[in-house]
Design a protein around this ligand. Structure first.
Ligand code: ATP
Ligand code: MG
Length: 374
């Protein structure tokens, strides 16, 4: 996957931008608040059809009513022209691929990108939901059906929870739970199997990456933490029937307890991930640089997984990744990206982060304008 050109019109602080990218590393330098992150956000928006954090109207330049993102990219050596119009009011977005209007859901999987942003660093210390979201997002990019399965599971949880409250309030009979427990058990087993299978792959890839960037100083491992349950670490745990039956017994055994609390107390919606560097949990012991390295290792593993499923690397977007990495780690990272020929956009405030032999196309960003330096 390769982006040749990006055009922005009234997107964030860009009035008009017309950018030709290099095929390998693209560096965006500039002072704070100049628009570096906004460029990466535009690409990530075009790839996911939404912003990770912002509402649509926030993306449109102040006092203007429509923003445009237009990207020329090649996928499997076929060129495409993707254009997205983002209105600042209630009008609908328009998405055009090669001149034809497409639906939001048809956009997913067209332009693949992986974004590292400073917000990702909070994943390790924050609530379990962020870690589940990371894993689920990784699975869904490579296998969109997982999204459907996860949504189905969450819907069943909501329905079971409503029923639990009704039973508690004497509005319906407890034996109505039976049918929900059965359906929920199958949905839970499907989610758990995919999470574990992906985690097994991530574990190997992320550890290799952590070692590479840290020059063999650090090992990274990830454990799946089944909320409130003994881990079931047998080959059978990948068998759908076995696991569905296992969940069914668990849900059933908790009926009484769950009715009292009015919600489902166990299941994939509460599971978590634990991250370890050299056997010590990152949450308690990770240094800032280790956390940054580990985040990077996970993102690069996600990249690798996407390559395995799609046949080519997605676009890599690294926002402010260089600060807090020591020079050795920075060089390992750049060398890896160049070796693998991964088209990358990196933002940074200092040119000094990039040794002359490990660089690419360099752009300066200043109040919504971009200038290429030769
Ligand atoms: P840093 O180094 O601090 O991360 P940056 O170069 O990445 O800076 P961006 O986040 O890309 O900065 O750009 C921020 C600038 O864009 C801010 O000055 C902000 O006020 C401006 N901005 C954000 N949204 C809009 C908008 N809708 N219209 C106009 N300007 C906007
Ligand atoms: Mg920024």
């Amino acid at each position: 996957m390769n982006i040749a050109k990006i055009f922005l019109n009234d997107f964030r602080n860009f009035g008009e931008l017309d950018l030709e990218l290099g095929t390998a590393i693209n560096i965006f330098l500039g002072k704070n608040a100049q628009g570096k992150t906004n460029i990466l956000e535009a690409i990530n928006f075009a790839s996911l059809g939404r912003s990770r954090a912002a509402k649509d109207f926030e993306l449109v330049r102040w006092n203007v009513n429509t923003a445009l993102i237009r990207i020329n990219f090649a996928k499997a050596e076929v060129s495409h022209d993707l254009a997205i119009e983002i209105p600042s009011d209630k009008r609908r977005r328009r998405i055009l691929l090669d001149g034809n209007v497409i639906k939001f859901r048809e956009l997913i999987g067209k332009l693949n990108s992986v974004l590292f942003s400073p917000e990702d660093l909070f994943m390790f210390k924050g609530a379990p939901a962020a870690r589940r979201k990371f894993l689920d997002g990784t699975i869904a990019q490579a296998s969109p059906i997982f999204f459907v399965e996860l949504t189905n599971y969450n819907r069943l949880i909501d329905q079971r929870n409503n029923l639990l409250k009704k039973i508690r309030d004497g509005l319906t009979a407890p034996n109505n739970l039976e049918i929900w427990n059965e359906q929920l058990a199958i949905a839970a087993a499907k989610v758990t199997i995919k999470r574990r299978a992906t985690l097994d792959k991530l574990n190997i890839l992320a550890n290799a990456m952590q070692q590479k960037i840290s020059a063999q100083a650090e090992e990274l491992s990830i454990a799946y933490d089944m909320h409130g349950l003994q881990d079931l670490d047998s080959p059978q745990s990948f068998d759908l029937n076995y696991l569905a039956d296992w969940y069914y017994k668990i849900f059933k055994a908790r009926n009484f307890f769950d009715i009292k609390r009015g919600s489902t107390s166990l299941g994939p919606h509460l599971d978590d991930l634990q991250f370890f560097i050299n056997g010590k949990e990152i949450r308690q012991y990770g240094s800032q640089g280790q956390i940054r390295t580990a985040t990077l290792a996970l993102k690069l593993s996600e990249l690798q997984l996407l390559k395995d499923s799609a046949g080519e690397y997605p676009i890599l977007l690294l926002d402010d990744v260089m600060s807090e990495l020591d020079s050795e780690r920075r060089e390992q990272l750049l060398a890896f990206l160049l070796r693998e020929n991964i088209q990358t956009l990196i933002t940074a405030t200092e040119k000094a982060y990039f040794p002359p032999q490990l660089t690419g196309k360099i752009f300066y960003v200043e109040s919504g304008t971009v200038r290429e330096t030769l």
